[in-house]
Design a protein around this ligand. Structure first.
Ligand SMILES: [Zn+2]
Ligand SMILES: [Zn+2]
Length: 153
Protein backbone atom coordinates (compact mmCIF):
# COMPACT_ATOMS: atom_id res chain seq x y z
CA UNK A 1 0.00 0.00 0.00
CA UNK A 2 0.96 3.63 -0.30
CA UNK A 3 2.45 4.78 2.98
CA UNK A 4 0.52 7.33 4.99
CA UNK A 5 2.50 10.52 5.18
CA UNK A 6 1.91 13.70 7.08
CA UNK A 7 3.23 16.41 9.32
CA UNK A 8 2.63 19.78 10.88
CA UNK A 9 1.76 23.23 9.55
CA UNK A 10 5.32 24.62 9.65
CA UNK A 11 6.80 21.54 7.99
CA UNK A 12 9.32 20.58 10.69
CA UNK A 13 7.49 17.48 11.93
CA UNK A 14 7.12 14.77 9.28
CA UNK A 15 6.06 11.15 9.65
CA UNK A 16 5.41 8.09 7.56
CA UNK A 17 3.39 4.97 8.32
CA UNK A 18 3.84 1.87 6.22
CA UNK A 19 0.54 0.48 7.55
CA UNK A 20 -2.89 1.89 6.79
CA UNK A 21 -5.48 2.90 9.36
CA UNK A 22 -6.74 0.22 11.79
CA UNK A 23 -9.46 2.39 13.33
CA UNK A 24 -10.90 5.72 12.21
CA UNK A 25 -13.17 7.90 14.28
CA UNK A 26 -14.34 11.36 15.26
CA UNK A 27 -14.42 12.25 18.96
CA UNK A 28 -16.49 15.11 20.37
CA UNK A 29 -15.24 14.89 23.97
CA UNK A 30 -14.27 18.12 25.69
CA UNK A 31 -10.64 17.15 25.71
CA UNK A 32 -10.62 16.55 21.94
CA UNK A 33 -12.27 19.94 21.44
CA UNK A 34 -9.51 21.61 23.45
CA UNK A 35 -6.77 19.66 21.69
CA UNK A 36 -8.04 20.40 18.19
CA UNK A 37 -9.24 23.95 18.73
CA UNK A 38 -12.45 22.99 16.95
CA UNK A 39 -15.66 21.04 17.49
CA UNK A 40 -14.00 17.59 17.62
CA UNK A 41 -10.84 15.61 16.88
CA UNK A 42 -10.59 13.18 13.98
CA UNK A 43 -8.10 10.31 14.22
CA UNK A 44 -6.73 7.39 12.28
CA UNK A 45 -4.99 4.68 14.32
CA UNK A 46 -1.84 3.06 12.97
CA UNK A 47 0.44 0.45 14.55
CA UNK A 48 3.25 2.30 16.30
CA UNK A 49 5.93 -0.08 15.08
CA UNK A 50 5.04 0.80 11.47
CA UNK A 51 5.21 4.55 12.11
CA UNK A 52 8.40 6.59 11.80
CA UNK A 53 8.83 10.19 12.83
CA UNK A 54 11.23 11.47 10.20
CA UNK A 55 11.96 14.99 11.39
CA UNK A 56 11.03 17.79 13.76
CA UNK A 57 10.53 17.90 17.48
CA UNK A 58 7.31 17.31 19.35
CA UNK A 59 6.18 18.35 22.80
CA UNK A 60 3.48 16.44 24.60
CA UNK A 61 1.09 16.65 27.48
CA UNK A 62 -0.76 13.91 29.32
CA UNK A 63 -4.46 14.11 30.07
CA UNK A 64 -6.92 11.84 31.76
CA UNK A 65 -9.38 11.22 28.93
CA UNK A 66 -13.10 11.17 29.62
CA UNK A 67 -12.76 7.39 29.42
CA UNK A 68 -10.57 7.64 32.55
CA UNK A 69 -7.57 6.42 30.59
CA UNK A 70 -4.40 8.50 30.42
CA UNK A 71 -3.72 9.85 26.95
CA UNK A 72 -0.53 11.49 25.69
CA UNK A 73 -1.13 14.18 23.08
CA UNK A 74 1.78 15.27 20.91
CA UNK A 75 2.18 18.47 18.95
CA UNK A 76 4.87 20.26 16.96
CA UNK A 77 7.16 22.15 19.32
CA UNK A 78 7.55 24.95 16.78
CA UNK A 79 4.04 25.57 15.39
CA UNK A 80 1.82 23.70 17.86
CA UNK A 81 -0.05 21.61 15.28
CA UNK A 82 -1.63 18.57 16.95
CA UNK A 83 0.04 15.52 15.39
CA UNK A 84 -0.78 12.39 17.33
CA UNK A 85 -1.73 10.72 20.59
CA UNK A 86 -1.29 7.36 22.30
CA UNK A 87 -2.00 5.60 25.58
CA UNK A 88 1.35 5.51 27.47
CA UNK A 89 0.24 2.35 29.30
CA UNK A 90 -0.38 0.46 26.07
CA UNK A 91 1.56 2.16 23.29
CA UNK A 92 0.90 -0.33 20.47
CA UNK A 93 -1.02 2.16 18.36
CA UNK A 94 -0.58 5.81 17.52
CA UNK A 95 -3.57 7.99 16.74
CA UNK A 96 -2.70 10.41 13.97
CA UNK A 97 -4.78 13.55 13.60
CA UNK A 98 -6.55 13.65 10.27
CA UNK A 99 -5.52 17.30 9.89
CA UNK A 100 -1.86 16.21 9.90
CA UNK A 101 -2.28 13.75 7.00
CA UNK A 102 -0.99 14.87 3.61
CA UNK A 103 -4.01 13.16 2.05
CA UNK A 104 -7.00 13.84 4.28
CA UNK A 105 -9.23 12.32 1.60
CA UNK A 106 -8.44 8.81 2.88
CA UNK A 107 -10.38 9.46 6.09
CA UNK A 108 -13.44 7.20 6.34
CA UNK A 109 -14.68 7.33 9.94
CA UNK A 110 -16.84 4.49 11.21
CA UNK A 111 -17.85 5.96 14.58
CA UNK A 112 -18.43 9.24 16.35
CA UNK A 113 -17.74 9.18 20.07
CA UNK A 114 -19.05 11.39 22.87
CA UNK A 115 -21.84 12.85 20.74
CA UNK A 116 -23.46 13.82 24.05
CA UNK A 117 -20.72 16.49 24.23
CA UNK A 118 -21.01 17.57 20.60
CA UNK A 119 -21.36 21.23 19.73
CA UNK A 120 -24.84 22.17 18.50
CA UNK A 121 -23.38 24.33 15.75
CA UNK A 122 -21.60 21.51 13.93
CA UNK A 123 -23.46 18.76 11.98
CA UNK A 124 -22.57 15.07 12.23
CA UNK A 125 -21.08 12.89 9.52
CA UNK A 126 -23.94 11.11 7.72
CA UNK A 127 -22.41 7.60 7.66
CA UNK A 128 -21.01 7.05 11.16
CA UNK A 129 -22.36 5.10 14.11
CA UNK A 130 -23.01 7.66 16.84
CA UNK A 131 -22.16 6.76 20.43
CA UNK A 132 -23.32 9.04 23.27
CA UNK A 133 -20.11 8.47 25.23
CA UNK A 134 -16.82 6.66 24.72
CA UNK A 135 -16.54 3.53 22.62
CA UNK A 136 -17.93 0.21 23.75
CA UNK A 137 -14.89 -1.95 24.50
CA UNK A 138 -14.82 -3.67 21.12
CA UNK A 139 -15.04 -0.66 18.82
CA UNK A 140 -11.41 0.28 19.21
CA UNK A 141 -9.90 -2.83 20.77
CA UNK A 142 -11.22 -5.52 18.42
CA UNK A 143 -9.81 -4.20 15.12
CA UNK A 144 -6.44 -3.60 16.80
CA UNK A 145 -6.36 -7.11 18.26
CA UNK A 146 -7.42 -8.62 14.93
CA UNK A 147 -4.65 -6.76 13.13
CA UNK A 148 -1.90 -7.90 15.50
CA UNK A 149 -3.26 -11.46 15.60
CA UNK A 150 -3.18 -11.63 11.78
CA UNK A 151 0.43 -10.39 11.74
CA UNK A 152 1.49 -13.22 14.04
CA UNK A 153 -0.01 -15.88 11.79
ZN1 LIG B 1 5.39 22.60 13.02
ZN1 LIG C 1 -12.02 12.65 22.63
Amino acid sequence: MTPLRGGCACGQVRYESTAGPLVQFICHCRDCQHASGGAFSAFVFVPRDRLTYLSGKMHHYDVKAESGRELRRQFCSACGSPISAHWPTSPVVEMLTVASLDDQGIFAPTHELWVSRAEAWHPFHPDTIKLPEGPAEGVVRDPIRAYFAARRE
